[in-house]
Ligand binder design. Sequence first.
Ligand code: PRP
Ligand code: URA
Length: 196
Amino acid sequence: MTIIRDQNTSRGDFVFYSDRVIRLLVEEGLNYLPVVNKEVITPMGVPFQGVAFEGRICGVSIMRAGESMEQGLRDVCTSVRIGKVLIQRDERTAQPKLYYSKLPKDIADRWVLLLDPMLATGGSAMKCIEVLLEAGVKEERILFVNLICSPEGALAMLKMFPKLQIITAEIDEGMDENKFILPGLGDFGDRYFGTE
Ligand code: PRP
Ligand code: URA
């Protein structure tokens, strides 16, 4: 986190270390899925009392920055389905605008890992959750996987969607007058995709 927050970090290192944290967050998110007891027999012929996840999941990334988290999910869930929602913050007003969404047809039956590295006002993520709920996803089946959130954004999200679960690496101090997270890491999408 220190490396990706550093303004002097090269783009290559920013991508490399962001990917490492994203992988950890995705793995942690999967720990929040419910499991049932499952017995297996080990090669020693001995039963082992384990667990198994019997539901189905999918990812939904908030474009563009959320797309950076898709590979981390693909690395741990083979053939995972990934929906996309394009929401962009107006650079002047910080208000989110929904442009496009494409979700798996059976998303209402799935657990959803919602992917976006930055949660500032929470406007973008809340708009995306509205899209998911309209598609029939149950609020308690949404796991929001995120790198950095502002306290205001996290509180606003949980006030509006109390059954939502947020898996984040760090909760920061606040936001500046342009609704950028402080201390934050700047514009994640620009740094990750090289459009600074
Ligand atoms: C960023 C970020 C979130 C949003 C967070 O995306 O990835 O989606 O801003 O801000 P909010 O919580 O105040 O809505 P942005 O719209 O800048 O687009 P990008 O993904 O193309 O960088
Ligand atoms: N989007 C970002 O990429 N960074 C912020 O601090 C806020 C929104």
